[in-house]
Design a protein around this ligand. Structure first.
Ligand code: PEP
Ligand code: MG
Length: 324
C-alpha cells in the first residue's frame, strides 16, 4: 500500500470520475517543509504561525517573521501557502505577553480578538507577511472570526499595511487572497454574508466541533461529544461550502477531518475544494479520493445529512467505501 501511495507523490488529486481536488499540508514551522515536499503536497492549507510566537523568548520581530514566511513561500515554489495569523489564547500562552486569567479561555480573549486589540502586533505580522508575498503565492486567513465587522476590521488593517509598504517602495504581490477560518458556528451560519466579502474559507473542524457541541476538545470527560460525522457538523460544513460556491469562492478543510478516511468521502460528496492535513496523511488521502466517484459520494453525503447520529453516518460511510 505504501508503494502505491508513493507513486501518487507527483500526481494531481483526482477522483475516479475525473474531478480535481487539492490535497495540502498543515505546518507549524518552516522545519516542516521537507515532509511537505516529500509527501507531494499541492500547497500548504494551514501554516499555524502561533508557534513562531510560542517558540520565542520575546515578541518575534518583523524581520524574524519575514524570514520564516519567506522560507516557506520560496520552499513551496509558487504553490499556494495559506498562512493563518496568530491564534494565541485558549490553551496557547506567551511567556512575554501575560494574558488575563479567564474563567473560560476558549471562549475568551484569543486569536483575531487579540490581533484586533493589539493592532501594532497585528500590523507587524501583516507587514512581514505582505513583504514575504513577493516570494511565492500567499493566502492569508484570520482565525476565530465570529462577525463580519471583525473581518472588515482585520481587512482594513491589511489594506493599511499594504498602502504603507507601497509608500515605502516595497515590492509585494498585490493579489494576496484574504480569507477566514470557519470554526465558530456563527461564521458558518453567516457563511452567505461572509462569502460575499472574503476570497476563501478554511473550515477548522477541530474548533467547529468543539463550539457546536459545547464540549472542550481537550476534556476526556466529554470526549464522546467530539463527533465529526454528526449531521449537525455536516450541515454546517455543507452550508459553508454551498454559500462559498454560490459566490465562486474556494473552500478548504484544515481541521482533523481533512485527512480522516471516514470524513473524506463525505467532504468529496459535499464538494470541498481542498483537503489540508498533516503531511504524512496526504498520499493516503489522495489514494482514497482517486477511488471515489463524486456522483456516488454526493448521494452518500445526501443520505448522511439526513441521518440521526454520528455513529449512523460512520457506519454508512464504512459500508459504502469498504464494499469497493
Ligand atoms: C481547527 O480548529 O480545526 C484548526 C485547524 O485550528 P487549530 O487546530 O489550530 O485550533
Ligand atoms: Mg482552531
Amino acid at each position: 500500500q505504501k508503494a502505491e501511495w508513493a507513486c501518487l507523490k507527483d500526481e494531481p488529486t483526482t477522483s475516479a470520475d475525473g474531478v480535481k481536488f487539492m490535497t495540502g499540508a498543515n505546518i507549524g514551522t518552516p522545519k516542516d517543509l521537507p515532509a511537505v515536499l516529500e509527501n507531494g503536497a499541492e500547497g500548504i492549507g494551514l501554516y499555524r504561525t502561533e508557534f513562531l510566537y510560542m517558540d520565542s523568548n520575546d515578541m518575534p520581530s518583523e524581520e524574524d517573521q519575514f524570514e520564516a514566511y519567506k522560507t516557506v513561500l520560496e520552499g513551496m515554489q509558487g504553490k499556494p501557502v495559506t498562512v493563518r495569523t496568530m491564534d494565541i489564547g485558549g490553551d496557547k500562552k506567551l511567556p512575554y505577553m501575560p494574558l488575563p486569567e479567564e474563567e473560560n479561555p476558549f471562549l475568551g480573549y484569543r486569536a483575531i480578538r487579540i490581533s484586533l486589540d493589539k493592532t501594532e502586533m497585528f500590523k507587524t505580522q501583516l507587514r512581514a507577511l505582505v513583504r514575504a508575498s513577493a516570494f511565492g503565492t500567499l493566502w492569508i486567513m484570520f482565525p476565530m472570526v465570529a462577525t463580519l465587522p471583525e473581518f472588515r476590521a482585520a481587512k482594513a488593517v491589511f489594506e493599511t499595511v499594504k498602502a504603507e509598504l507601497k509608500n515605502e517602495g516595497v515590492n509585494f504581490d498585490d493579489n494576496i487572497k484574504l480569507g477566514i477560518m470557519i470554526e465558530i458556528p456563527s461564521a458558518a451560519i453567516l457563511a452567505d454574508k461572509f462569502a460575499k466579502e472574503v476570497d476563501f474559507f478554511s473550515i477548522g473542524t477541530n474548533d467547529l466541533i468543539q463550539y457546536t457541541m459545547a464540549a472542550d476538545r481537550g476534556n476526556e470527560k466529554v470526549a464522546y461529544l467530539y463527533q465529526p460525522y454528526s449531521p449537525s457538523i455536516l450541515r454546517l460544513i455543507k452550508r459553508t461550502i454551498d454559500c462559498a460556491h454560490k459566490e465562486g469562492k474556494f473552500v478548504a478543510v484544515c481541521g482533523e477531518m481533512g485527512g480522516d478516511p471516514i470524513a473524506v468521502p463525505l467532504l468529496v460528496g459535499l464538494g470541498l475544494d481542498e483537503f489540508s492535513m498533516s503531511a504524512t496523511s496526504i498520499l493516503q488521502a489522495r489514494s482514497l479520493i482517486k477511488n471515489l466517484s463524486t456522483t456516488d459520494m454526493q448521494a452518500l453525503a445526501e443520505k448522511a445529512l439526513d441521518l440521526d447520529t454520528n455513529d449512523e453516518v460512520a457506519e454508512l460511510v464504512k459500508a459504502a467505501t469498504t464494499n469497493k
